[in-house]
Write a protein that binds this ligand. Sequence first.
Ligand SMILES: CC(C)(COP(=O)(O)OP(=O)(O)OC[C@H]1O[C@@H](n2cnc3c(N)ncnc32)[C@H](O)[C@@H]1OP(=O)(O)O)[C@@H](O)C(=O)NCCC(=O)NCCS
Length: 186
Amino acid sequence: MTTVRDLQPVLTGTKVRLRPWTADDADVVYAACQDAEIQRWTTVPSPYTRADATGYVTTFAPQAWEKGDAVFAIVDAATGDPVGSIGAHGIRDGVAHVGYWTAAAARGRGLTSDALRTLARWCLREAGVARVELVVDPENRGSALVAEAAGFTAEGTLRQWLVVKDRRIDVVMYSLLPDDPAVKTP
Ligand SMILES: CC(C)(COP(=O)(O)OP(=O)(O)OC[C@H]1O[C@@H](n2cnc3c(N)ncnc32)[C@H](O)[C@@H]1OP(=O)(O)O)[C@@H](O)C(=O)NCCC(=O)NCCS
């Protein structure tokens, strides 16, 4: 049986391409992850060192694929530049859990919502996933809008569900299913 690990596909959205990370991307990841918003809302190490970036693209991401997860660089299709990261974890269990960040300079152009829509459709249409989910801090309005723009449904609040930067927080759970309009429509 062909597995996600064998596929490592390049996915094509409207505004972005999603491709596996390469060692050459370490500088981009290092620069992007200095950003206060990425530091605040995600679980990336803080402070974020060059070794963290190198480890991410050369070890963490390839090992994720080995495990059957999928971790992609978000590439701006207009320029070919990598501008963010998006990953789906737990694909092998049928419930993929997605996380993402996008470099500050590339925000506000719909790149992340296109990346999320593209990844989720691939999970649900081609990778055997039954449910794609993600969780958002209720204060992270931008991330909630990304989920909604990609067609996800807010299911409710999970109390004290996640630890981010030593803080245990409530999260809003979002999901997308194979029969949802964002997946059914071409
Ligand atoms: C949240 C984040 C991924 C948004 O990336 P982005 O590329 O700017 O998102 P998009 O351009 O696809 O935005 C989708 C919609 O949300 C809106 N939006 C995005 N960020 C917003 C913000 N901070 N405030 C208000 N609206 C915002 C956009 O205007 C857009 O609206 P539209 O559909 O009406 O045009 C980015 O700000 C980021 O990386 N933040 C730090 C890391 C993070 O929070 N990750 C998610 C953890 S759950």
